[in-house]
Ligand binder design. Sequence first.
Ligand code: SAM
Length: 292
Amino acid sequence: MAARLTMNDIKVDAPELDSIELDLFVQALQKRHGYDFSEYAPASLKRRLRLLADQLHCKTITGLTERVLHEPQLLPNVLEGLTVPTSEMFRDPAVFRTLREKVFPLLASYPLINIWQAGCAHGQEVYSLAILLEEAGLYDRSQIFATDLSDRALQRASEGIYSVKDAQQWSRNYQAAGGTHSLADYCSAGYKLIKLNQRLRRHVTFALHNLAIDGVFCEAHLILCRNVLIYFSDPLQDRALALFRDSLVRGGFLCLGLRENLNPSHAAQDFSPFIESARIYRLPTQAEGAHA
Ligand SMILES: C[S@@+](CC[C@H](N)C(=O)[O-])C[C@H]1O[C@@H](n2cnc3c(N)ncnc32)[C@H](O)[C@@H]1O
């Protein structure tokens, strides 16, 4: 006679339960608010979800799912918790130095320079780039398109106001990036805050753009997307890299974060390393493409 199953026999072990809750959360977020996190790397997404559940006093991820469904005002907090909008000015200064010394001289040959900064978080990289372009005499023929999926992050980015406690480190980064003035020349300090000079915004357009669902953005000569792909699974990284390839002019540059590379991507085959140590890649120029 077949043994009867009891409820104890069909218990689901903890890791699997985690994955079920994660899937349900992702579906709820997509169906209710249109944000697709289904292709984010699950391990880090789970970690951030647990943290967020904790911060919002939810006992489980399912508790968080319920709140996401019924409390739309929570969405900005949820996006912030899931996407980690942390950054700093002149982050990895050697990369900015390389951009300034090796990439800017090549960009200088274009009458107008379009730069797309994807995943701009609170804007620290945007202002860093604007400062270096200004010092290289290129800013007045540049346009920076700074995008992110988070409205709140873009709002913070356009304000350009940061805690003064970061200023010393950022000032050191600026010098290490080859800055020729003093960072203080580009900001004013108030009570515990610094505000970046709003003149630096004159060639910046902030816009919502989601690398998981949106299309080609502009015809860019340089794209920076640093410390974003690291949160994506391989197919989403491939999608984003194909988007960058299709948005770049021939001979255009792509700069990724130091912990990122082109490896898992089909689109990678279209790029050549330019300065690998700084994770700067390049599409072949028209002439190189013809000889390939
Ligand atoms: C860790 S921050 C990186 C900030 C900056 N690029 C840097 O390296 O300092 C990651 C940013 O990517 C954004 N992001 C995450 N997923 C995105 C997506 N699918 N489309 C556009 N931006 C995204 C987040 O909102 C966040 O602001």
